[in-house]
Write a protein that binds this ligand. Structure first.
Ligand SMILES: [Fe+2]
Length: 180
């Protein structure tokens, strides 16, 4: 049984592995680690390959399942860039999306979301730790009011989510200008 978490975190939803060529990487992960492309009633979780996805500027990515763990093989976008860098996503349930959002907000932590992604039922909130490691809260499915959740914007630079962490007050402060 998973241990109780006061913020509704249920465990690891997925982690990402950056790759240059997602299809080539898939052959490695399936042959060597027994990965299968993740699939549910919505379809196969392979994105960024269709003409429509390319037109949207979506980054190539394939969700695979290895021994029950979801892993995101994260490739490049049509410009050859990887805007959604390596990140780790923690799972939250449908009723906790706004709870964790409020929790970030209370602590002054900049975040992006909640957003959803074409061809999935996932709702994501992106943020960083004080060292700039990219994190995500992800409700993989079951969210009831999807029509209220916008699609993630795959165009243009992603918002800056850096901050300085005040360990005493346990709050984020806006990063001082000029400080990297
Ligand atoms: Fe993710």
């Amino acid at each position: 049984m998973p241990k109780y978490n006061p913020y509704g975190i249920q465990g690891l939803c997925h982690f990402s592995i950056p790759v240059k060529d997602t299809q080539k990487a898939l052959t490695f992960y399936s042959e060597i680690l027994g990965a299968d492309v993740y699939e549910d009633e919505i379809g196969r979780y392979e994105f960024g390959f269709s003409e429509q996805d390319k037109a949207l500027g979506r980054q190539e990515h394939i969700f695979v399942e290895i021994a029950g763990q979801r892993v995101e093989l994260l490739g490049l976008d049509p410009n050859g860039e990887a805007p959604l860098g390596t990140h780790h996503a923690f799972a939250v349930g449908p009723n906790d999306v706004h709870v964790v959002e409020g929790h970030l907000e209370e602590h002054g932590i900049p975040y992006e979301g909640p957003v959803t992604h074409k061809g999935t039922a996932a709702v994501s909130i992106y943020f960083c730790d004080p060292d700039g490691n990219a994190l995500e809260f992800c409700c993989w499915d079951g969210y009831q009011r999807m029509d209220e959740i916008p699609l993630m914007n795959t165009r243009g630079p992603r918002p800056d989510k850096s901050f300085d962490w005040d360990p005493e007050r346990r709050r984020a402060q806006p990063r001082a200008a000029g400080k990297a």
